[in-house]
Every structure is written in C-alpha cells, then in structure tokens.
Ligand binder design. Structure first.
Ligand code: GTP
Ligand code: MG
Length: 361
C-alpha cells in the first residue's frame, strides 16, 4: 500500500531501487540507509585500522614513480606487437591464434637523451568480447595509449577505448601504427579521431599523435617520448615506497604447477616475499614473486607489475590487494568479504520477500 503513496507501482516480484527503499522507510518512519559496497569495504578495513587508497601512508615519503600506461585499441591493430618491439622480445609469437586473451603487464627501462626512465605498460585485448577487461585496465592507469592501424582507421573498439579513457579521466596518446603498409593513411586517422573529440596537437588540440611501425620499429622512441612528455606535463606521479604495499590484481589464474597466480600492480608501498596479502576475498602469503622475464624477485616498488604466488585461492581480476601485518588478519578480511558477497547474492530475494510482507500488513 505504501508504494502507491510514493507514486510508483511495484509488483511483488520486482526489486526496488535504493532511492525508493529510502523513501519507503521515511514514509513508514524507519531510518533506512543504503550503503554502497565500497563504503562497506572501507568500514571493514577501518575495523582493522587499515586505510586503503591514495591517502594511505600520508603526504610524507612521496617519491616519483614511473607512469602506468594502458595500451588499448581495436583487435589486430598491433598493441602486443608494439609492446614486443618496445621490449625487443617475442611474446607475441607465443600467443594462441595471435589474439590476446588476457592482460599482460611489463615494465621497461627507456633511455631518452641519456636519462633512464621506467614505464609500466599494461597490454589489453582488442577483441570485442573483452570490454570489462579493458574498462578495468583503464581505471588503474595514468595514461591510455590508443593504437590505431593506419590502413584500417578508427574501428568500434577504438571508439570504445576513447570512452574508457574519458570515463577514467586519463590523458590519451595516439599511436598511429602500421605506417609501413601500402594503404596506410595517417592523416585520415587524425581526421577520424578528431570526429570523436580526440584532436591532435597539430590541429590545435591537446593530444599527441605519433606515427609508428611496430613491425619495422619505426619511431618507437618518438612514442616513448610522447608518453613521458604527457606524464610530465599533466600528472604528478608520486607514491610512498616505504609503506606496506597496496595495489590492484590485474589478472589471475590457476596454474597447474604453481597454484593460484595473480599479476598484481603495486600502486604504493613495497611488496616483499613473505608478506601477508589479501586481494578481494582471496588471501595468502607471498611465496614467490616473478617479473616479466620469468625471474624471481624479492621486492616490487610502486608502479611495478609482478606475478605473485602464494594465494590460497584465485583473486578476481580488478580486485584491490593490500599487505597486512599478519596472516590471521588477511584471512579474516577475506572471510568477511566472502560472507558479504554471499549475503549480497541473497539480498535481492530478501528485498522481494519483505515487500510481499509489507503488502499483507
Ligand atoms: P589483439 O590483442 O588481439 O587485439 O591484437 P593486437 O592489437 O595485439 O595486434 P597484434 O600485435 O597481435 O598484431 C596483429 C597483426 O598485425 C600481427 O600479424 C602483427 O604482426 C601485425 N602488425 C602489428 N604492427 C604492425 C606494423 O607496424 N606493420 C605491419 N605491417 N604489421 C603489423
Ligand atoms: Mg594483443
């Protein structure tokens, strides 16, 4: 009955929006407060005296850190080949069918004008099926490099990449790739990107476009320079390396030999072998850390991606991770998150039940 007063028709099997629930509470003199999952998680961590996020660790001890760059673009436009050329190795050839299926992460040392600087690259798949993965990639990044094949031009996932970069509010650098190909038309790419509001500097906009050939290794230095210029011009990239590590799991899977393996990006603090960690509802202790060259490492600094072995279950891609003082705390946080997740799955059903009860009252 109360629902009619609120001017909204609700059938017994529909779930209601949070706003309607709050209004309904008011009408019936109940104080209903809807808490978001993020707030709920913050409260959970609060109860362990843990702060997660940019504010953790305070303003002191902030040191410059490398930029984290996510490479996005339409399928087959050359993202993995580009990273390959930058690293001068050959991951690309080993990929099943040549289509990237998951996120890869690498840190490279660039040497521009005698100055050595690190850049962290996150490779994303371009296939249309992997929208969620790209969206996640864009949120843990400082800069988006959008690769556009000059013979193909702007395609659906190019436009999608622009949207992700905008939603995450990160600056874009455009790599116009495959300029070695006969049908390549780099100025058409500039025109098309302008139509999407990504306007090149040479047309009076604020986005750097760099013509490259990932295959022939043409102008890769120019692209790296554009990335560093963009980072220096618009971003204050600093992090506290002295605190316990925090970051995000960018990919995770179950390996036959190694058990759960999670690629994590350390965003602040230093991650060390032996640390107690929790990522989403997974926890464990860091037994081994492996870098992009399959070498064991003992610590990982801010902006470093690293594979972590030692979780007792597989974290979700996109889960935040943090180091806690002891295993017991890690397990408690993980257990409580898992319980909450289970509760949330029943919540919709419960909402419906209580509405039916209200109707009878
Ligand atoms: P997904 O990850 O599946 O979205 O593809 P991708 O963007 O990573 O493309 P990938 O690097 O796998 O390259 C696709 C194809 O384009 C491969 O055959 C590459 O060798 C080729 N390719 C990449 N860059 C260039 C280039 O600069 N010139 C030419 N001619 N071919 C290139
Ligand atoms: Mg790829």
């Amino acid at each position: 009955q109360a629902m009619f007063h609120l001017g909204e028709m609700v059938t017994a099997t529909q779930s209601v929006s949070d706003e309607v629930l709050e209004l309904l509470g008011q009408e019936m003199n109940y104080q209903i407060q809807v808490v978001s999952p993020e707030e709920e998680d913050r409260e959970l961590l609060d109860s362990f005296d843990i702060t997660f996020g940019e504010d953790a660790g305070g303003d002191e001890d902030l040191l410059p850190r490398p930029p984290v760059v996510t490479v996005m673009g339409h399928v087959d436009h050359g993202k993995t080949r580009l990273l390959d050329t930058i690293r001068k190795t050959n991951v690309h050839e080993g990929e099943a069918g040549g289509i990237t299926q998951h996120i890869g992460a690498y840190q490279v040392a660039t040497n521009l004008e005698g100055e050595e600087r690190l850049i962290t690259f996150i490779d994303t798949p371009g296939h249309e099926a992997f929208t969620a993965m790209r969206a996640r990639g864009a949120t843990s990044t400082d800069i988006a490099v959008i690769v556009v094949a000059a013979d193909d031009g702007v395609m659906p996932q190019t436009a999608e990449a622009i949207d992700h970069a905008r939603a995450a509010d990160v600056p874009i650098v455009v790599a116009v790739n495959k300029i070695d190909k006969p049908g390549a038309n780099p100025s058409k790419v500039r025109q098309q990107m302008s139509d999407y509001g990504v306007v090149p500097e040479e047309y009076g906009g604020d986005t750097m476009f760099v013509d490259i050939s990932a295959r022939q290794g043409v102008n890769i230095e120019g692209l790296l320079e554009a990335i560093l210029l963009t980072a220096d011009a618009s971003l204050d990239l600093r992090a506290n390396p002295t605190m316990e590590a925090q970051g995000v799991a960018i990919e995770a899977h179950l390996d036959r030999g190694r058990g759960p393996v999670a690629t994590v990006l350390v965003q602040r603090g230093t991650l060390r072998v032996g640390d107690s960690v929790v990522a989403g509802d997974a926890y464990g202790r860091v037994r081994r850390m492996i870098n992009e060259f399959d070498e064991d490492v003992t610590e990982a600094l801010p902006a470093r991606p690293v594979q972590v072995i030692g979780f007792t279950s597989v974290p979700g891609a996109g889960d935040t991770f943090l180091v806690v003082e002891e295993d017991r705390v890690a397990r408690q946080i993980a257990d409580r998150r898992r319980a909450r997740l289970r509760n949330a799955q029943f919540a919709a059903a419960r909402k419906r039940v209580s509405l039916e009860d209200l109707d009878k009252a």
